[in-house]
Structures are given as structure tokens and as C-alpha cells.
Ligand binder design. Structure first.
Ligand SMILES: [Zn+2]
Length: 279
């Protein structure tokens, strides 16, 4: 069974500013409809796929999805697990955290530090991570590049989560997109912290970089820290699985073997819920 740890819930254009949508369209080659409909997601994933779903909050970049929309979306769907989202630069975030967790029953937290404009490693945000650690809420953090021109890349560096993991050793954390294109830095972080993982979402359409990154993960012996994710609606589960299997079939280069096919299959079917305490 597949567990997709990285999918969004968006309603277009309601959840976005004009600037955000304009840059998203530019990056994706024209008009895109980011509105998520469950039947379309299900049609592009194998039956029984388990899905982590979140919206996203980043006032500075013009993105805001109400957590209630996520709670409504996952209701009655036993295979869907809803996460709340937070922008800790906006007053009231701590109430939203408690409301999303205690009233809406959402089970993890999505953060977008670069989009929201904060340094996740800054101890000023420790209350958030302390709450997540105490209540067993996994935190999925966007790391790596973006199409939003005003979002500071520095705060998307995987190494900014190292001090968080040092201060909160029991916190389950997922660094999104393997930190692309800082995969080496991401591997350094997930390798040293027992409960820090990376997802491989939204990477298969850059096949050279993904092959290289997975080969690097293989060299460092961190296959078991990689989780499957799609980044729906930007791509689908089926396309992501196909992309990973295509890379697994590549022969490698002279003197250097390819990817371990069994490890690629294990990644695709890894039980992320058990690892994240979401059973
Ligand atoms: Zn995403």
C-alpha cells in the first residue's frame, strides 16, 4: 500500500493572491487549475492509497487555506489524514494551532517558512515545535526552491531544521522535496536525527537530479529515511511512482551501479504513518 505524505488542498482562485497565481502559472507554463477534487486525486492513485492532506498558510506570499476546509475534506475518508497549517508570523497562530489540533482533530502541521518569511531554526518559534513534540504532531516543512520571487531561499535550507531537531529529539519531522536542490544538505540532516525524514515529492520531473539524489541517499545509507509523496495537485501519485520506477531501471554509469530497485520499491510502499506515529 502507498502512503502519500505530501498533498495539498486548494480552492482556486480563493486561496491565492493574484501575484501567487501569476507566478505559479508562469512556472508551470500557463493556466493551471490548482483546485483539488478528491475523485480526481483518487483516479490518479492506486486504490487504497493513504494520503496526508494539508492546505498551506503564508501571508507574505499570498497563500492562505483555512484549516476547516482540510477538516471538511478528510471527514468520512478513512484513508485521508488532515494536517493543519501555520504561519507563525501572523498573530493568532497559536490559537489556530490549538483549534486545528483540539477542535478540528487535525493530526500534523505543515509549515512553509520561506513563503511565510521566517527562519524555522530561530528559537523564537520554539513554542510551535514544543507543542508538536509534546502532542505527537508530525511537522512537514517545505525545504528547497520555489517559483515565488519574494520568498527568501535561505529559510528553505534543510540545515535550518537541524537546530529544531537538536532541541526536539522526539519531534517527527519531514523535510519536503528532499530539500531540492540542497539534497546533500538534506541528507546530512535526516541522517543524524532519528525522527527526521525527507519526502521525494515533486522531483520525478527532474530525473537527473532525482537519480543523483537517490544515489546520494544510497551512498549515505539513508533509504529508510525517505518517504513517498506526490505534491498533488502539481503532479499525481501514478506519475510519481512511474518516475521513480523509471529511474530504478537505469543501469548506472561505468564503474558506478544504479539505484537499488528493492529500495525504490520499499520507498514507494513505506508505512510512513507508523514511522510518524499516525497509526
Ligand atoms: Zn507541496
Amino acid at each position: 500500500m502507498i502512503t502519500d505524505v505530501h498533498t495539498h488542498l486548494f480552492s482556486c482562485p480563493h486561496d491565492f493572491s493574484e501575484d501567487f497565481l501569476g507566478e505559479a502559472q508562469h512556472a508551470h507554463g500557463g493556466e493551471i487549475d490548482l483546485t483539488v477534487r478528491h475523485h480526481e486525486y483518487a483516479a490518479s492513485a492506486p486504490p487504497g492509497t493513504r494520503t496526508v492532506v494539508f492546505g498551506g498558510k503564508a501571508r507574505r506570499s499570498g497563500l492562505w487555506v483555512d484549516d476547516r476546509a482540510v477538516a471538511d475534506y478528510v471527514q468520512g475518508k478513512p484513508d485521508a489524514i488532515g494536517f493543519l497549517a501555520l504561519d507563525p508570523t501572523v498573530p493568532g497562530w497559536s490559537d489556530e494551532l490549538r483549534y486545528g489540533h483540539q477542535e478540528l482533530g487535525l493530526r500534523g502541521i505543515k509549515l512553509m517558512p520561506m513563503y511565510a518569511g521566517f527562519d524555522p531554526g530561530d528559537a523564537a518559534y520554539d513554542e510551535l515545535f514544543w507543542y508538536a513534540e509534546k502532542h505527537g504532531l508530525p511537522v512537514l516543512v517545505h525545504t528547497g526552491t520555489t517559483f515565488v520571487s519574494t520568498a527568501p531561499i535561505e529559510w528553505a535550507r534543510p540545515a535550518r531544521l537541524d537546530p529544531v531537531a537538536i532541541r526536539h529529539p522526539e519531534l517527527r519531522m519531514i523535510l519536503a522535496h528532499l530539500g531540492h536542490p540542497y539534497e546533500g544538505e538534506c541528507i546530512a540532516v535526516i541522517r543524524k536525527h532519528r525522527h527526521v525524514y525527507a519526502d521525494v515529492s515533486a522531483l520525478h520531473y527532474r530525473p537527473f537530479q532525482l537519480w543523483h539524489s537517490l544515489r546520494l541517499a544510497q551512498d549515505y545509507g539513508v533509504w529508510h529515511k525517505l518517504l513517498f509523496g506526490s505534491d498533488y495537485p502539481f503532479t499525481t501519485v501514478d506519475a510519481s511512482v512511474d518516475g521513480l520506477r523509471r529511474l530504478a531501471g537505469l543501469p548506472g554509469i561505468e564503474g558506478l551501479g544504479g539505484l537499488d530497485r528493492d529500495e525504490v520499491e520499499a520507498l514507494i510502499t513505506r508505512d510512513a504513518c507508523a514511522l510518524l506515529g499516525l497509526t
